[in-house]
Write a protein that binds this ligand. Structure first.
Ligand code: AMP
Length: 155
């Protein structure tokens, strides 16, 4: 198996670089952010629970994310491994990934950290807001998400 985690602040390029890397490795790239956006769009129970956290740039509570992580790692498409984009984002989520992989006699094989200056991150996120219109790419939410990365994900 080839289980890879791509880590970095919002706007650091996890989605863009992860896509290229997953293509090279022949494994799926799975983003919890994309799954949450799809769930909100469809109005599923997970989407409804996530919405207020998401819109304000806060992390969705771990309890909501655990099930999602389990589903991703158990999916037949993840048989050969998975490129994790946007998770784990907290220590308890990281422990959940370890535990779930261990149950399959697997492990995290590689972790990549993308480091980008904060001024550049803000520039990129506001540019993306103009292009893609993501609800959480406004100035208030961007500041909040960068703070959340430092406080909850960086450790
Ligand atoms: P992203 O697309 O990875 O930038 O994620 C966008 C938003 O989705 C985040 O600001 C969080 O509200 C939520 N989110 C995505 N992944 C996670 C996660 N692993 N844990 C908690 N919240 C998440």
């Amino acid at each position: 198996m080839n289980n890879v985690i791509i880590l970095g602040a919002p706007g650091s390029g996890k989605g863009t670089q992860g896509k290229i890397l997953a293509g090279h490795l022949g494994i799926p790239q799975v983003s919890t952010g994309d799954l949450i956006r799809a769930a909100m769009k469809q109005g599923t129970p997970l989407g409804v629970k996530a919405k207020s956290f998401y819109d304000q740039g806060h992390l969705v509570p771990d309890e909501v994310i655990y099930g999602l992580i389990q589903e991703i790692l158990d999916a037949p498409a993840s048989r050969e491994g998975v490129l994790m984009d946007g998770f784990p984002r907290t220590s308890p989520q990281a422990e959940a990934v370890d535990r779930l992989l261990k149950a399959k006699q697997a492990k995290v094989d590689r972790v990549i950290l993308l480091e980008v200056d904060e001024t550049e991150l803000v520039k990129r996120l506001l540019a993306r807001a103009a292009k893609e219109g993501r609800a959480d790419d406004n100035a208030t939410s961007v500041t909040q998400r960068l703070k959340v990365f430092q406080q909850q994900t960086a450790p």
